[in-house]
Design a protein around this ligand. Structure first.
Ligand SMILES: [Ca+2]
Ligand SMILES: [Ca+2]
Length: 387
C-alpha cells in the first residue's frame, strides 16, 4: 500500500499533549514540579511551534467559555466578527488542550443549552454559528492580519489546518454538524441501495440464512471468517447471526458516494467490513475480524485496532479517498518486544516497532482517546431485515 505522511493530525495531538503536560505542571506546587519533563517524540514536534509554557491551553472550563460566548459574541452587530475572533481563539485553545471525552463535551453543551429559554437559545445559536464560521476561518492560511486586527496576534495560530476534534464534537453537540447526524437518518428512511450493494447484501443474507460453506463465501467475496464465526455461535446464542450482524450505508469521505458498512448490531462502532463502489465495481476497502476491527471517525479518519495477543495492540490511522486506505500514523503497544516501555508511535502503518518512536503511556493513550472521541456508532440494519 502506498505510504503517505500526513503528520498534521498527529502533530496536533502531540501539541495538545504538550499543552496538557505544561498545564499540569503549572498547577503543581513548586516543590512538586518534575525536574525531568516527559520527552516528546521528535517525530511529533518537527516544524511545529510549541505552546508557550506560561499558557496552559486547557485552563478555561468549557462552561465558562460557553457563558462567555453568550456575552462576548454579538452576532450581526458592528465589529461582531472581530469579537468573535477573540472567542474563537479561546475556543481553539480549549479544543487543542482539553482531555474531555465526546460524552463529556456532549453533556456539557447539552446542559448549557437546556438552561436557555427559546429566545435566548435562538440568539445563542446565532452566536455559535458566528463562532463556528470564525473557527473554520482560522483553520485556513493567511489569517495573520485578521488576528492582529482583533488583538490576537499572539495566538497559537495556526492551530491546525484540519478540524480540531474537540471543536467538532462541540459543534456537533450544538447541532451544527449535519454530517455527523447522517447515520441516524438511515434508521428512519433507508436510501435507495446501489445495485452493487444490494446484490452483495442479498448474498450476505443468503449466506447466513442458508449457512453457505466457508470456501463458497470466500468465492463470493463475503467475510467468511466473521460469518462462520457468528453462525457457529448460534449453537449457544439465543440470537441468530442474521440478527446479530447488520449493515449501514454511510459516506465516510464526503464524496456523496456511500460506502457499505458491516458490523455487529450490539457494538455499533466496531466495523467488520467497509466496501466501496466508487470505481463502478464493488471493492472491499477493509475486511476485518474480531481481533482486527475498524472504526470510522466523524472527520473521515479510519482507525483499525488489531491485537496480537494480550500484550500486543496496534492502532493504525488511515485517510480514505473513497477507494483505498492510506496509513498516516500508528500507536502500538508491544509488551512482548519491549515489556518495560511498550508504547510506540509512528507515521507509518506497518507493524514494525524498530522504526517507531518510543512514547509514554500518557502520550499514546492521549492519541487513542482523541480519535476514540470521534468514533461513529452506526444504526445497523440486521441482515434478517432483508428476508
Ligand atoms: Ca464515499
Ligand atoms: Ca513502524
Amino acid at each position: 500500500m502506498k505510504k503517505a505522511i500526513l503528520p498534521v493530525l498527529i502533530l496536533v495531538l502531540a501539541l495538545s499533549l504538550c499543552a496538557c503536560a505544561s498545564s499540569v505542571q503549572d498547577n503543581l506546587p513548586d516543590n512538586q514540579i518534575s525536574t525531568s519533563p516527559t520527552p516528546v517524540p521528535t517525530v511529533f514536534v518537527e516544524n511545529v511551534p510549541m505552546p508557550t509554557p506560561d499558557l496552559p491551553l486547557d485552563e478555561v472550563p468549557l462552561e465558562t467559555l460557553m457563558a462567555d460566548f453568550a456575552t462576548k459574541i454579538q452576532a450581526g452587530s458592528a465589529g461582531s466578527s472581530l469579537k468573535a475572533v477573540g472567542q474563537a481563539v479561546r475556543f481553539m485553545d480549549w479544543a487543542i488542550g482539553t482531555y474531555m471525552s465526546e460524552e463529556e463535551i456532549f453533556a456539557a453543551v447539552d446542559f448549557f443549552l437546556s438552561q436557555l429559554d427559546e429566545a435566548a437559545l435562538a440568539e445563542y445559536m446565532m452566536q455559535l454559528e458566528l463562532l463556528d464560521y470564525t473557527y473554520q476561518l482560522l483553520l485556513t492560511p493567511g489569517q495573520e492580519e485578521l488576528l492582529a486586527t482583533a488583538g490576537c496576534a499572539e495566538s497559537n495560530y495556526p492551530w491546525s489546518d484540519k478540524p480540531l476534534r474537540a471543536a467538532e464534537c462541540f459543534m456537533n453537540a450544538a447541532g451544527l454538524r449535519a454530517t455527523y447526524q447522517l447515520p441516524l437518518e438511515y434508521t428512519e428512511a433507508q436510501p435507495a441501495i446501489n445495485e452493487l450493494y444490494s446484490d452483495y447484501l442479498s448474498d450476505c443474507y443468503h449466506a447466513l440464512n442458508e449457512r453457505w460453506e466457508f470456501d463458497y463465501m470466500m468465492e463470493q467475496g463475503l467475510n467468511a471468517t466473521i460469518f462462520q464465526d457468528f453462525l457457529s455461535r448460534e449453537a449457544y446464542s439465543p440470537i441468530s447471526a442474521l440478527d446479530e450482524l447488520g449493515y449501514c450505508l454511510y459516506d465516510v469521505n464526503g464524496d456523496d458516494i456511500d460506502e457499505l458498512i458491516i458490523g455487529k448490531i450490539s457494538l455499533p462502532n466496531e466495523v467488520f467490513n467497509i466496501l466501496s463502489c466508487t470505481s463502478g465495481t464493488l471493492t472491499t476497502v477493509f475486511e476485518g475480524w474480531e481481533r482486527n476491527l475498524a472504526f470510522i471517525c466523524s472527520d473521515g479518519t479510519v482507525v483499525t485496532r488489531g491485537s496480537g495477543g494480550a500484550a500486543v495492540t496496534y492502532y493504525t490511522y488511515y485517510k480514505f479517498d473513497g477507494s483505498a486506505l492510506t496509513p498516516f500514523g500508528s500507536v502500538i503497544h508491544d509488551g512482548n518486544a519491549s515489556p518495560n516501555a511498550p508504547w510506540f508511535v509512528s507515521q507509518d502503518g506497518d507493524m514494525d516497532i524498530t522504526n517507531d518512536i518510543p512514547a509514554t503511556q500518557e502520550q499514546a493513550q492521549g492519541i487513542i482517546a482523541q480519535y476514540e472521541a470521534l468514533y461513529i456508532s452506526f444504526p445497523l440494519t440486521p441482515f434478517s431485515a432483508l428476508a
